[in-house]
Design a protein around this ligand. Structure first.
Ligand SMILES: [Zn+2]
Length: 278
C-alpha cells in the first residue's frame, strides 16, 4: 500500500497548461436583424437560445414589445438603425441620412433609445452610403460614445469608414463576418452557416447576421441544436464586454504596497491599498 501511495505521489504533476487551459472555444455570435415586423417569425427567434442577439428597427410596429420581451429573457438587444443606402432606397422613419447635423443624429438616437430602451449597441439597416460617409459617421460615433453604445458594422459596403472613425472616437466597432441569408434558399443558408463555423474556427470568432425568415429560422434551429463542441454561441454583449474590459491603465496604484505620499503617518496597512490614515 505504502509503495503504491509513494508511486502515486511521485508521479510528475500534470503540466498546468495542459490540464487547465482547455483550448478557448471558438465564438459564434448571431444577430437577427429587422426584428419588430413579423409576429410569427419574431416569436420563433425569441424561442431560440438567449445568446442569439436581436436587432430591432425602432419604427417597426412591434419594436417596443420586442424590446420588452428580449430584455425579460436577458437577451442582448441592438438598435437596428435605418441608414441611407447608395441606391437611396426609401428608409424607415427615424433613420440617418447624409448631410445630417450632429444634433439631428443625436435626436434620432434619442428617439430610437426611447423605443428600443434596453439596447447595448447599434447596427445599420442598409447604410451603404451612410457608413462610407465620414461626416455622418463622425457625428454618429460621438453620439454613441456619449451614450455608451457599441457599433456593429453590418458591412453593407466595402468602403465603410465606421471602424476607423469609431477607433478615433473611442467607440468599440465590431464587424459582421458572414451574412446568413443574402439568398433565401435553404441550401444557400445552410452553406453560409457552415461558412460561419469555419470562420469561427479559423479566426476564433464569427459574427453572423440573419433575418427572421422561414428558411433562416429552420437552418438556425437545426444548426444550433447540433452545434459542434468546439463552437460556443455567445451574445454580442459578451463579445463587446470582452473587448471593453482591457483596463486603459495598469492598476499600479492599487497594488503597490508603498504608502501614498498623501497618507500621513500613522496609517494602517491594508494589503491592497497604499495605507489608510488612522
Ligand atoms: Zn436590416
Amino acid at each position: 500500500m505504502i509503495v503504491f501511495l509513494t508511486a502515486l505521489l511521485s508521479l510528475p504533476a500534470p503540466a498546468q497548461s495542459e490540464q487547465f487551459t482547455a483550448a478557448q472555444p471558438n465564438k459564434l455570435a448571431i444577430v437577427i436583424d429587422d426584428m419588430g415586423y413579423r409576429p410569427q417569425e419574431d416569436a420563433q427567434i425569441l424561442a431560440m437560445p438567449k445568446a442569439v442577439s436581436v436587432a430591432i428597427i425602432p419604427a417597426a410596429p412591434y419594436a417596443a414589445q420586442r424590446n420588452r420581451q428580449a430584455q425579460q429573457q436577458g437577451r442582448d438587444i441592438l438598435i437596428h438603425m435605418p441608414m441611407q443606402s447608395v441606391s437611396n432606397m426609401k428608409i424607415e422613419e427615424g433613420g440617418l441620412s447624409l448631410g445630417m447635423s450632429k444634433q439631428e443624429v443625436e435626436q434620432r438616437l434619442q428617439q430610437a433609445e426611447q423605443i428600443v430602451s434596453h439596447a447595448i449597441g447599434m447596427n445599420n439597416h442598409m447604410g451603404s452610403a451612410a457608413t462610407a460617409d465620414t461626416p455622418l459617421m463622425t457625428h454618429l460615433m460621438r453620439v454613441l460614445h456619449q451614450r455608451g453604445l457599441f457599433f456593429l458594422d453590418s458591412r453593407t459596403i466595402g468602403k465603410s469608414v465606421a471602424a476607423k472613425i469609431g477607433r478615433q472616437e473611442g467607440v468599440s466597432v465590431l464587424e459582421r463576418h458572414v451574412f446568413l441569408d443574402d439568398s433565401d434558399n435553404f441550401g444557400d443558408i445552410q452553406h453560409q452557416f457552415q461558412l460561419a463555423l469555419q470562420h469561427a474556427r479559423k479566426h476564433g470568432v464569427a459574427i453572423v447576421i440573419g433575418h427572421p425568415r422561414k428558411n433562416t429560422i429552420a437552418v438556425l434551429q437545426a444548426g444550433l441544436r447540433h452545434l459542434p463542441a468546439d463552437i460556443q454561441l455567445v451574445g454580442m454583449g459578451q463579445l463587446w464586454r470582452h473587448e471593453k474590459i482591457t483596463p486603459p491603465k495598469p492598476y499600479i496604484l492599487l497594488f503597490s504596497d508603498l504608502p501614498a505620499p498623501t497618507s500621513h503617518a500613522p496609517f494602517k496597512y491594508e494589503p491592497l491599498l497604499r495605507g489608510v490614515p488612522e
